[in-house]
Design a protein around this ligand. Structure first.
Ligand code: G6P
Ligand code: MG
Length: 216
């Protein structure tokens, strides 16, 4: 029986992926780089700085900026992203998420967040679900980002659950790989992508049966 749940945030709890995309697209445009949705898929689950590096490499401008300049560009992207989140509220939870969290709470199954986003606590607060999570891994404490398993192992251990007893929920390929490398059961959530390596894939959390899941 599974004993804990580890959730990615962007694309699993709420659809902030679209706002990341808008903010990156606008920043890239100012740099003369055009990104499309297919390229954007490769940014999901990837940290802010690594995303910027990928965009610069995509536009063949990777050697043109100092670290300080790149930090300023990443800050600019984040300023726009945070502005786009201004009106975020409970209504922006993805379908089935609130119900699932309530059911987990009723069964005393602890939940934690494994997101590369430094904005995670603020976003969860705006969505009104902060209290459902026993821990949010601080991405600043990580040596490596997804697809490395580190964030998922930390998230499971933070709620006192061994990775083999935990279920991870992800919308990104890098995340599914990290969950599997951590030795956890991986639930992929995506209506558009086939997530390779997921133990189970759904298009939305409304399709999940919590009893069936924990009795794996
Ligand atoms: C998540 C998203 C990525 C984002 C990263 C960092 O993993 O899927 O698209 O780049 O978080 O987010 P942040 O809010 O710290 O810029
Ligand atoms: Mg995600």
């Amino acid at each position: 029986m599974k004993k804990g749940f580890v959730f990615d945030l962007d694309g699993v709890i709420t659809d902030t992926a679209k706002f990341h995309y808008i903010a990156w697209k606008n920043l890239a445009k100012k740099l003369g780089i055009t990104i499309n949705e297919t390229f954007n898929e490769t940014l999901k689950g990837i940290s802010r700085m690594d995303s910027l590096d990928k965009i610069l490499a995509y536009g063949q401008r990777e050697n043109e900026f100092t670290t300080a300049e790149k930090e300023a560009l990443a800050q600019k992207k984040n300023d726009e992203y945070v502005k786009l989140l201004a009106d975020l509220s409970e209504t922006d939870l993805l379908p089935g998420v609130h119900d699932f969290l309530v059911q987990a709470k009723e069964r005393n199954i602890p939940c934690s967040i494994a997101s590369a986003s430094k904005n995670a606590p603020m976003i969860l607060e705006k969505l009104g679900v902060l209290d459902f999570f026993g821990h949010i891994v601080d991405p600043e404490t990580l040596k490596k980002g997804k697809p490395d398993p580190e964030i998922f192992v930390k998230a499971a251990e933070s709620i006192n659950v061994a990775p083999k007893d935990a279920i991870g929920f992800e919308d990104a390929q890098a995340g599914i790989e990290g969950i599997k490398a951590a030795g956890m059961y991986a639930v992929g959530i995506s209506a558009t992508e086939t997530l390779k390596g997921a133990d189970f894939q759904v298009t939305s959390m409304t399709e999940l049966d919590i009893e069936q899941l924990i009795n794996q």
